[in-house]
Design a protein around this ligand. Structure first.
Ligand code: AMP
Length: 181
């Protein structure tokens, strides 16, 4: 039995062969469009972030932003944007990585205030191969000397068969997700 304690799966559609053949895309638009589902999702993510003792919330463009902003607002925490190349106006640190489909890179701004001992929650909607979340975590470990164990990857969905959550744990990052498939 796969996990779904908040009964959110009824708001997630699986779309075959999107955006390319062979990918089963997990569509969270119904969840966001349903106020009670969106609200309980955000509340649970906030609860987990608070329990972790986060000093900062970071999130990865673009669906992660929908949730991360509410957490940062609820807990009065700084919110750091990890964005696709060329979107941030100041000097950036960059990291390239492979996706379940294709490859890309993400950036955070060099002038972001991050302390070595800070605890950081990285929010994304879904963990597949883990490449995106790990690349984002490495932006903090490699450029600000943040400890791996002080980083929590926080997602709505874990596609466990793709092995991302295992890889994240093996690298000594923490991970929590609300649903798995
Ligand atoms: P990964 O780096 O492989 O863990 O991929 C995670 C990122 O890609 C997340 O930001 C997701 O939004 C997106 N993603 C990857 N696979 C899927 C999928 N099957 N359904 C929806 N989004 C996906």
């Amino acid at each position: 039995m796969s996990k779904d304690p908040l009964e959110l799966k009824k708001y997630i559609r699986s779309v075959d062969n999107f955006p390319i053949d062979g990918i089963e895309f997990k569509d969270i638009t119904s969840l966001i469009e349903t106020p009670k589902a969106f609200s309980k999702t955000c509340d649970e993510l906030t609860r987990i972030t608070k329990e972790f003792g986060a000093d900062l919330v970071a999130s990865i463009e673009s669906r992660g932003f929908i949730f991360a902003g509410t957490i940062a607002r609820d807990l009065h925490l700084p919110f750091i944007l990890a964005r696709k190349p060329g979107k941030l106006p100041n000097e950036t640190f960059q990291k390239s990585f492979d996706l379940e489909y294709g490859s890309t890179s993400i950036e955070i701004q060099k002038n972001t205030e991050v302390g070595t001992n800070h605890k950081i929650v990285i929010v994304d909607d879904l963990v597949a191969t883990g490449g995106t979340a790990i690349a984002c975590a490495e932006l903090f470990t490699e450029n600000f000397a943040v400890k791996n164990s002080n980083i929590l990857i926080l997602g709505i969905i874990d596609l466990t068969s793709l092995g991302g959550s295992k890889l994240i744990t093996e690298r000594n990052y923490k991970i929590e997700t609300l649903i798995d498939y």
